[in-house]
Ligand binder design. Structure first.
Ligand SMILES: Nc1ncnc2c1ncn2[C@@H]1O[C@H](COP(=O)(O)OP(=O)(O)OP(=O)(O)O)[C@@H](O)[C@H]1O
Length: 288
């Protein structure tokens, strides 16, 4: 089932656009949005949460334009999971979790669901570990019974072993997820489908396992090769040259760039459920 759909979405701040013509479906099995810092991931997440109006295009929510949707129902169905720093430092964590609940009795149950001892409910965020705080944020998001969690770098502040445990927790939840990260190893565990963003454009989409095994865009390949482990640092894909302003935005960094790349590539199919915006996709797929 498609919970949210972006259609030809252009987003930005003031008169500047930072996300261009993005179309994607948030469907079952987990959806990943991958890209380096500044690629537009958080901007897209804000739009999907109804916090940023499109400059162009439409967000569909259950067949209805989000602009016209019942926002009370939407806020119940689609919940953000931000980093643990978003917790109110003065509030006991049990009270933070209870914010969305008609009945406080469920706090203990929710805490157990995310692997926390309910006795911790009386503590304040600074009296918990980073991993415990992140579990509190997840419990708070689950409190209203959402259909979809939108997770923005949910584990990047955690150390590797704690990160792996929080990912296990997320993988075991029934709730659907849209996961935003720079880390391909994280989407590999949590998302059946992924979209790779570069300079505000989707450059490659498809089943995550296939993107990891055989990337068709040189940027996806560079990202994959730059992230050897779950705890890896944010990737430096190729050089740090700024995106090209005309033609293919990745050509300023691309080892395979040819004169043809001065013409912007369209997204095209390169296999079942796979699209890529690269003139040289076939060479990337068959290359070393
Ligand atoms: N409130 C804002 N006003 C103006 N420009 C913004 C604002 N927020 C983000 N931007 C710009 O939009 C672009 C995309 O930013 P965004 O935060 O969506 O990227 P990101 O991929 O989530 O990066 P990161 O991983 O660093 O959070 C960047 O160039 C950024 O400077």
């Amino acid at each position: 089932m498609t919970i949210l759909r972006a259609q030809d979405l252009t987003l930005g701040y003031g008169r500047q656009s930072v996300v261009h013509d993005v179309s994607l479906d948030v469907t079952g099995g987990g959806v990943g949005l991958i890209g380096e810092s500044g690629s537009g991931k958080t901007t897209l997440a804000r739009a999907f949460l109804g916090l940023l109006k499109p400059q162009k295009g439409t967000i569909w929510y259950g067949g209805q334009d989000l602009k016209k949707a019942d926002m009370r129902a939407f806020r119940r169905d689609v919940q953000p999971v931000f980093q643990a720093e978003s917790l109110n430092p003065r509030r006991r964590v049990g009270a933070s979790i209870a914010e969305g609940l008609p009945d406080r009795a469920r706090v203990g149950e929710l805490m157990e669901q995310v692997g926390l001892d309910p006795a911790l409910a009386v503590r304040r965020p600074h009296e918990l570990s980073g991993g415990q705080r992140q579990r509190v944020v997840i419990a708070r998001a689950l409190a209203v019974g959402p259909k979809l969690l939108i997770l923005d770098e949910p584990t990047s502040a955690l150390d590797v072993t704690v990160q792996a445990k929080v990912l296990d927790l997320l993988a075991g939840l029934d709730t659907e997820r849209l996961l935003i990260t720079h880390n391909l190893a994280v989407v590999g565990r949590l998302c059946r489908t992924s979209h790779v963003l570069f300079a505000g454009r989707v450059v490659e989409s498809g089943p995550t396992a296939e993107l990891l095994a055989a990337p068709a865009h040189p940027y996806t390949k560079a990202l994959r090769d730059a992230v050897p482990t779950l705890g890896g640092q944010p990737p430096q894909a190729g050089t740090s040259a700024p995106p090209a302003e005309t033609g293919c935005p990745f050509r300023s960094r691309c080892p395979l760039a040819v004169p043809e790349c001065e013409r912007a590539p369209e997204l095209r199919e390169v296999g079942e459920g796979r699209t890529v915006a690269c003139h040289r996709a076939e060479d990337v797929l068959t290359g070393p």
